[in-house]
Write a protein that binds this ligand. Sequence first.
Ligand code: NAG
Ligand code: NAG
Ligand code: NAG
Ligand code: NAG
Length: 356
Amino acid sequence: MTEGVGCLGRTLRRKLTLPVFFLATVCLAVCYMFAAMYVVGLQSLNKVQRCENTQNKITPTPAMCLNEISVRNPCKVSLLRRNVTGDSTKQGALYGNLKPHDKMVVPNIAHFIWFTCHKFRFENLISILSVHRSMRPERILFHTDCEPDNKWWFQAKQLIPVLEVINRTAPTTVFNHTLNPKWPEHSADIARLQILIEMGSVYFDTDVIVLAPLEPLRHYDYVAAKPSQDVVSNGIIFAEKNSRFLRYFYNSYKNYIKSCWGCSSVRMQNKLAKSHWDLLHIEPTSLIGPPWNQWQKILLEKYDWQDERFSIHVFLRKYRRRNLDYDFTAENIRYLNTTFGEMCRYIYYGSPALIH
Ligand SMILES: *[C@@H]1O[C@H](CO)[C@@H](O)[C@H](O)[C@H]1NC(C)=O
Ligand SMILES: *[C@@H]1O[C@H](CO)[C@@H](O)[C@H](O)[C@H]1NC(C)=O
Ligand SMILES: *[C@@H]1O[C@H](CO)[C@@H](O)[C@H](O)[C@H]1NC(C)=O
Ligand SMILES: *[C@@H]1O[C@H](CO)[C@@H](O)[C@H](O)[C@H]1NC(C)=O
C-alpha cells in the first residue's frame, strides 16, 4: 500500500513538474519582456529629450503611465473662439490698399482640394477640423477626384457635419496650355482660382491650421498672405465671388509658364499684387506663420502661436521628406511637446496642454 501511495505521489510529482516548469518559464519570459519594454521606453524617452535639443528626428513617446491618460472625447470639443484681428486693422505700405466693406463680402464657405488618390493623414484631419472649429463655416467643400478611404477621413466626416464631398476633375489645361504633369500642384493652383471665381469664399491647403475666427478678413474682396518678399502665397485665399484681383490672377494663366514651379502661381500673384495694390489686402504674417525654411519652429520647437494669428501653414510635406518616419495619430500628439503638438491638441482635444 505504502509503495502504492509512494508510486501515486511520484506519478503526481512527475505529472506536475512539467506544467510547473512550463508556468515558471512563461512567467520568467513575461517578466523579461516587461523589463525590456521598460528599458526601451526609458531609452526612447531620453532620446526624445536629446533630439529636441539637437533638432534631429523626434518620435513622440508615451509617458510611462500611459494607462493613466484620461481619454478625452474629440466629439465633445465645442467650437473654439479666440478673437484676433491679425494685421487686418493696419493700413499702409505693407498691407495693400484695399478698403474693407462694412458688411462681410466673402461667403462663409471653406474649400479644400484633394487631387489624385493619396493617404489622408491625421494632420489633414486637423486642418479640416480646425477650419470647422475656428472659422465655423456654413459649408466645407472637399473638391476631389479620389475621395480618401481611411480612418482619419471617416473621422473627419463623423466630426464635421458640414463637410461635403464634391467630385471635381483635376484640370489638365489652362487657356489652351497643357499643364506640366511633373507638378500636380499646378492643377490644384488653377482649380482653386476656378472654384473661387464660381462661388467665392475661402480656399485652404490641407496643411493649414486655422486657430481663430476669420470674420475680420471676410470684409475684403481679396485677401492673401505674403510670407516673403517675392511671394504672395496661394495656400489660403479669401475672395469675393469673381473679385477683380481674382480675375487678373486667373487671366494671367494665359501666359502660363510650364517650366517653372512657382512662376505662374505665387510669384505671379506677387507681381500682380504690386501692380494692383488697391485690389487686395495682404496679411504679411498672421495667416502663414514662419516661412517653410523655418519649419523647425513648428515641428521641433515651441513657437508663440497663441498671438495675433488667424492660422499657420505647417509645410509638413517638406518636413516629412527629411525628418519624419512615423505617422501622427490622435494618440501620439497627446505627448508631442512641440508647437505642432500644442496646436493639434488645441484643435482635436480642445486644449493645448500635454495630456498625461
Ligand atoms: C469674441 O467675439 C465674439 C463676437 O464679437 C464675442 O461674442 C465673444 O465673447 C468674444 N470672445 C472673447 C473670448 O473675447
Ligand atoms: C463622385 O464620384 C464617385 C466615385 O467616382 C461616385 O461613386 C459618386 O457617385 C460621385 N458623386 C456624385 C455626386 O457625382
Ligand atoms: C484655344 O484654341 C482654339 C483653337 O486653336 C481657339 O479657337 C480658342 O480661342 C483658344 N482659346 C483660348 C482661351 O485661347
Ligand atoms: C516641454 O518643452 C519645454 C521647453 O520647450 C520644457 O520646458 C518642458 O519641460 C517640456 N515638458 C515636458 C513634459 O517634457
